[in-house]
Design a protein around this ligand. Structure first.
Ligand code: SAH
Length: 349
């Protein structure tokens, strides 16, 4: 199978071209066609000579993602289901926010983390996505936005999969979408979310990508978190917070988001809120809590969304303790936009 051109960073493309007898300057020219003009065939690169276009076509394909389903929500959220070359299906969500347009990308086909409330893990991990397959989700979303004169301004790595379980490709993906000669998405507009693979948080910190980090916390104690999330057995809260503190220190006190899904009668009591505030402790300046309404998943019927008033009370307790906190606005609930929902439905059908 030919490689996808979107798998290459700009330095890699440059090196490949030079090794194949082309001028170095060709690389930025091709990069512009791919990332700025968003061509779908090498032949559309008008100012690149035919020999070079043929050379590229001999070794690479431009796109490997095919749009299978597109669902448009009443609030403008769009969910794409893409078919990969090997027939696997992945999801990408595009959301309008008050800051711009945000795209949520998938990093793996399925997921092995096994969080008890999540739809993605229902289908175990088949494989990692290549960096090019993650990049193309942005390209496809942008191609859609081109028709509406809009641009992707924000990227969240919160789709199906655990990004830190596909670490090398995640880093390459970040380098490609940040490249100022291409999509030029600002590092501070990119957020990577992890279920808490502590050893990878150290590696990620040292990789110095300048992007934001979010941690799926969902519980304030080891006892409860281990019940909800398998990963807590491997990396309990003490180790997770040691890694988070390392990140905060090394990144010059950059803020980290703690994500917390509110599950009715499971983790949503005032006592849980107080425990969460205790856990954050002295770090209230650097940790911010994002409370997320739970999206019910058929197969996990033991969990329900918490009441609005309960969420409000939880929020108030954190606020009173001086903790930065927000309740996530929900988008796309009418189109199965919670991670893994559309994909698992489509596979069932
Ligand atoms: N594996 C990474 C990123 C993908 S999940 C992580 O765990 O962070 C993205 C976020 O959606 C996580 O915070 C996850 O816990 C949350 N999530 C999973 N299932 C959900 C559901 N049914 N409703 C609301 N949020 C959910």
């Amino acid at each position: 199978m030919k490689h996808c051109i979107y798998d290459l960073t700009l330095p890699e493309l440059t090196a490949w071209l030079v090794a194949n007898g082309e001028k170095k300057s060709r690389a930025s020219q091709i990069w512009g066609w791919l990332y700025r003009k968003r061509i779908t065939e090498f032949n559309e690169m008008l100012d690149v000579n035919q020999a070079c276009r043929e050379l590229l076509a001999e070794h690479f394909v431009v796109q490997t993602l095919a749009e299978e389903v597109r669902q448009v929500s009443a609030d403008g959220t769009i969910k794409f289901l893409f078919r990969l070359q090997d027939e696997n299906l992945i999801e990408t969500v595009l959301m309008n926010t008050k800051f711009g347009v945000s795209v949520c990308v998938t990093t793996q086909v399925g997921c092995n983390m096994g969080c008890s409330f999540c739809a993605s893990g229902l289908l175990k991990k088949h494989r990692d996505l290549s960096s090019g397959e993650i990049v193309q989700q942005i390209i496809k979303a942008q191609a859609y936005l081109d028709e509406h004169d809009k641009v992707v301004t924000h990227v969240v790595i919160m789709g199906i999969g655990e990004p830190f379980d596909n670490f090398q490709n995640l880093i390459k993906f970040l380098e490609i979408i940040k490249d100022y000669k291409g999509l030029a998405i600002g590092a501070t507009h990119i957020t990577v979310s992890t279920c808490g693979l502590a050893d990878k948080i150290y590696e990620f910190t040292d990789a110095n990508q300048g992007v934001n980090l979010a941690i799926s916390l969902h519980a304030p104690s080891n006892e409860l978190r281990s019940r909800l999330m398998k990963v807590n057995h491997a990396y309990p809260l003490e180790e997770l917070f040691k890694a988070i503190n390392y990140y905060i220190e090394k990144t010059n006190r950059r803020r980290v988001t703690l994500e917390y899904i509110l599950l009715k009668d499971v983790n949503d009591s005032p006592q849980h809120a107080r425990e969460l505030a205790d856990l954050i402790g002295e770090n209230e300046e650097r940790l911010t809590v994002n409370l997320i309404p739970y999206n019910p998943v058929d197969e996990h019927s033991q969990y329900e969304r918490c009441e609005r008033e309960t969420a409000r009370a939880f929020y108030d307790i954190l606020k009173k303790r001086g903790i930065n906190c927000s309740i996530r606005l929900e988008q796309g609930a009418d189109i199965d936009a919670a991670c893994g929902q559309l994909r698992s439905k489509q596979i069932k059908e």
